[in-house]
Design a protein. Structure first.
Length: 240
């Protein structure tokens, strides 16, 4: 039921159509410069366009699921059930993780299929590209799932979809503006650049990071803290 609500969101089709058309135009101009340029451009799908699309999907489709009670005026009814809102919150968390995974797979297919359409000759090049795409998929999936959980908690805390979009959108966008290579390690700006989930969604190979352990601990602490805060606030509100 929760997944159906996500699938019926009016933003789904426009985002998917817009990304496919825009990516097709980008590849069309890149293929004019040769197959190597096509390969180079295709591998950058998640660096900007793909990761932004995922961010939009999570913020405007997935996250809205956690504010539907207030919009549909059914919050009081849910709270009178035996398990209150706890079961609903858990089901919606599972639904957003499943739908996020489906979204990533869909965008991955767009990346691969569009490349195959423009690369009509070199089979070896296509095999290399598909292999690279599958390798980077893990980072994108982890970052996307963590981001969807984070935004769900923020929306539950503030009970405002607009506030969630603004706050998480700013944190998400800072990754594109700041450059970790120019910042001092472990500084506040460094964590803003590498410490948010869009860094992973941009298909960054975190295994090559010299600060891998620090980043792994940071991501874990960030998710655990936001989940604990969400649960604590819901207990105070008598919602679980």
């Amino acid at each position: 039921m929760e997944i159906k609500k996500l699938a019926k969101n009016s933003f789904n089709l426009p985002i998917l159509t817009g990304i496919t058309c825009l990516w097709g135009i980008i590849l069309y101009f890149s293929v004019q410069k040769g197959s190597e340029q096509l390969l180079m451009t295709s591998t950058t799908f998640w660096h900007v366009l793909g990761s932004i699309a995922v961010g939009f999907m999570i913020l405007f489709v997935n996250t809205r699921l956690f504010i539907l009670d207030e919009e549909e005026k059914v919050k009081e009814v849910i709270l009178t059930t035996q398990k209150g809102k706890a079961k609903v919150f858990l089901l919606r968390m599972i639904a957003t993780v499943i739908y996020t995974t489906w979204t990533i797979v869909l965008f991955l297919l767009v990346q691969i299929v569009m490349f195959l359409i423009f690369n009509r000759v070199e089979t070896d090049l296509a095999i290399t590209f598909i292999t690279d795409c599958l390798e980077s998929f893990l980072y994108v999936w982890i970052g996307s799932v963590l981001f969807s959980i984070f935004t769900a908690c923020i929306c539950t805390i503030f009970k405002s979809h607009m506030a969630t979009v603004i706050l998480c959108g700013i944190l998400f966008g800072l990754t594109y503006l700041l450059r970790g290579s120019l910042l001092q390690h472990y500084s506040f700006e460094w964590f803003l650049e590498k410490g948010f989930f869009s860094y992973l969604i941009r298909a960054k190979d975190i295994l090559l990071e010299s600060q891998l352990i620090i980043l792994t601990i940071w991501y874990g602490v960030l998710i655990v803290c936001i989940l604990m805060l969400t649960i604590k606030l819901q207990l105070r509100r008598h919602e679980i």
